[in-house]
Design a protein around this ligand. Sequence first.
Ligand code: GLN
Length: 516
Amino acid sequence: MTTPLWQCSASELLSLLAQGAVTAEELAAEFLQRTQRLNDSLNAVLHVHPQALEQAREVDRRRRAGEPLGVLAGLPVVVKDNLCTADMPTTCASRMLAQYRSPFDATVIERLRQAGAVLLGKTNLDEFAMGSSNETSHFGPVRNPWNPQRIPGGSSGGAAAAVAAGLAPLSLGSDTGGSIRLPAGLCGVVGLKPTYGRVSRWGLVAFASSLDQIGPLARTAQDCALLLEVIAGHDPRDSTSVPREVPAYRKLLDSPPVGLRIGYVPEHLEQAAPAVQEAVRQGLDVLVQELGARLVPIRMPHARYAVATYYIIAPSEASSNLARYDGVHFGYRAEEQAVLGQLRQEAEALRRAGDQKGLEELDSPLVRLYRATRSQGFGPEVKRRIMLGTYALSAGYYDQYYLKALKVRRLIRQDYLEAFQQVDLIAGPVSTTTAFALGEKQDPLEMYLVDLFTVGANLAGVPALSLPCGFDAEGLPVGMQLQGPLFAEDRLLQLAHHYQQHTSWHRQQPQLAGQA
Ligand code: GLN
């Protein structure tokens, strides 16, 4: 029996397209139909591109006419809804931007189009990418294709669920503290966070600018390599993007890894749930037995401070980045009625508290507009981050929190630099558990701890990848994380690709209700 199109990897689809066994239009139609059938229950896709089929027909026309084609010609791609697109909304899953239309395309979107990709739609996320479960989306949570009662992981939950459910073979996510790797791990697909500076963030709605990166999600490491080749590289519009040549990532996959020293942190494995530990240990065995790697126990003495450090730095940067949503420049603006209603309530509260200064401030129409717009436009998690960040940056606390976090960040980075003196890569779990139930984690701190193993790579700027390495007893996927030195995406992808030649976890498919 031939594999259904929606189960094929992007690389397989490319050869079918090249052979003429399928047209871009047929492919787009197949994935759109699946989206139509399955997305009501998954909630992974927020907007379907109204001209998806036209884009595909144009690729088919070019192919027939013998015109030059890009490397993604005819491949359907979905992208996280915090990447600006001129022809679809860009909502960041926030009420604040629910009606927003970007006047321009993000650089990565431009590059996808130039490469001939067919943009099928935009995927759900935690509001402004703040979250680990995709439950903070203003448009409702995404459901995990492996079990609809479970979270898909966040914040690129829609991007991961879409690939896992076969709504698209490729997607783009963003990763500030794990948002590509965590959902990839919990949905059983591959996700790569590139080195800070590898991919331009022009047109990515900023969350925490010293941490944000855009990266690919797909079923295979080979497909991630394909997509990374397209999106990586210098962009004069993002001064943090590095002017460094982009390797031919896919070509490098051909040669097998030789004699790699792979570091692992024994305590990190022990912190994971038994089923996660077991799957990751089996994954490590494959690296040793099939791929000739040598395992080296290492120490990362400051890793235990990574979550605390991240949750000072990321909200601090967020509080500054999100100051632009004031109801004047961007997005949502509170209605006059609502402003007045809220004003009355606030004035009452301030009067009761005897806050004279607060009352005077409320006299300013601009302040009233800001207050009402921001109270109504942002959800509770985003407000929490803005308050945490504003506090950590405020006079008197700056040294105690923000500055201190920057110092600890240096130490964490130092741990990585030292580790990479001894080993070529670091392997371990992506998360301590498999996908938890929707609504299970109500305490924000508990939610923040989900990021235990992922935030380190963002703080240090190093590339990291999540790879399916097994299932727990309930049939939920387990992810293994590979982290590498700066700009070692090639090494990560090479090891992951050869690992996938020896394992079949990535070929398992979730049983979806409504699936043909
Ligand atoms: N879970 C982390 C947070 O909530 C990371 C999110 C991300 O990488 N965008 O901030």
